[in-house]
Design a protein around this ligand. Structure first.
Ligand code: UDP
Ligand code: MG
Length: 315
């Protein structure tokens, strides 16, 4: 019998977890598949771990991995991929924003053999602050233009994948992870399943605008070198213009004997160029910092507790 693995990253999800488990377990048991639900406790500070331990005691299909601190959802998903044993594997949020009711349909689509993964996509951004939607749309346009990661607007991490694709995800062992980009980069045949946005059942979102902005910048840096190209082109264009300006000033001085006036404009130009240089240095710094973190080869996560025997600790 084939097996379905569900990976659930949890960070302070004590309210949502019981609701999520009941509903997901109900749907999984109605299917003709073996199943396992792997909960990753990502350093929660509430009762999440206790709830998970209780669930694991009462249900044989529940596994849990508890991190030593909060490592982020990307690390939690990676731990899940490394430890999932199913033929079909998916990530689901604990807050019911990834409707478990879609699972049977997703499995059916994979069973046809025409696709390697079924990915879900939010149809609308209803309920989201307009400014966030605006930035999100610009981000998706930009990243698709300047990188080779194929990121779909509204794509969720809720995506049922065949074993081969999961192995590819595990093999992509980079420290700076941007899964939405990695999914697209590794390829495979994907079926897109749109669904209506669902509000979180309980608890609070862990993302604010600033965190999302940083995540977007990370996504671009991880999958594109265009910012570096822009910096060097800017440098070249500015150098060219400064030469033209220099010649203009020399000619003016020789022909008309004009002293160079305009102290204020000179200061403006110096400040502008100084700012631009710092900006470009910052862009380069981002890439250097990422390289630095990759070189260190630190583990993606550290496990403090788990009920999985031979749990894969470090990649
Ligand atoms: N999450 C996590 N670690 C974090 C932040 C979030 O494991 O540092 C989990 C969280 O518990 C939830 C999922 O990732 O199951 C999505 O988080 P959230 O619902 O806050 O994000 P949103 O749906 O608002 O984008
Ligand atoms: Mg959510």
């Amino acid at each position: 019998m084939k097996k379905v693995s569900i990976i659930v990253p949890c960070y302070n999800e004590q309210e949502a977890l019981p609701i999520f488990f009941e509903e997901t377990n109900r749907i999984l048991s109605s299917l003709d598949y073996e199943n396992e639900i792997i909960f990753i406790n990502d350093g929660s500070r509430d009762e999440t771990l206790e709830i998970l331990k209780n669930l694991a005691c009462e249900n044989l299909n529940v596994r849990f991995i508890s991190f030593s601190r909060n490592f982020g959802k990307e690390a939690a998903m990676y731990a899940g991929f490394c430890n999932a044993t199913g033929d079909y594997v998916t990530v689901m949020d604990a807050d019911m924003q990834d409707p478990p009711s879609l699972l049977p349909q997703m499995i059916e689509i994979l069973e046809t053999g025409e696709f390697d993964s079924v990915a879900t996509r939010r149809e609308t951004r209803v309920g989201e602050p307009p400014i966030r939607s605006w930035f999100a749309k610009r981000f998706y346009k930009l990243i698709n233009k300047i990188s080779d990661a194929d990121v779909v607007d509204g794509a969720r991490d809720f995506r049922l994948m065949k074993r081969e694709m999961v192995e590819a995800m595990v093999e992509m062992g980079e420290y700076n992870r941007f899964s939405k980009g990695i999914f697209g980069w590794i390829g495979f045949r994907t079926y897109w399943l749109p669904y209506k946005n669902v509000e979180r059942v309980a608890g609070e979102t862990k993302w604010n605008f600033w965190k999302l902005f940083k995540y977007a910048v990370d996504g671009i840096i991880n999958f594109s070198q265009v910012p570096l190209d822009i910096s060097s082109w800017l440098g070249m264009v500015m150098t060219f213009f400064s030469f033209v300006f220099l010649i203009f000033i020399i000619v003016r001085k020789l022909c008309f004997g004009d002293p160079v006036d305009g102290w204020a404009s000179t200061v403006c130009i110096i400040v502008f160029i100084g700012g631009l240089q710092l900006f470009c240095l910052g862009v380069m710094g981002k890439y250097v910092a990422k390289t630095y973190m990759e070189c260190k080869k630190r583990p993606h996560y550290i496990i403090a507790d788990s009920n999985i025997t031979n749990v894969k600790k470090v990649n």
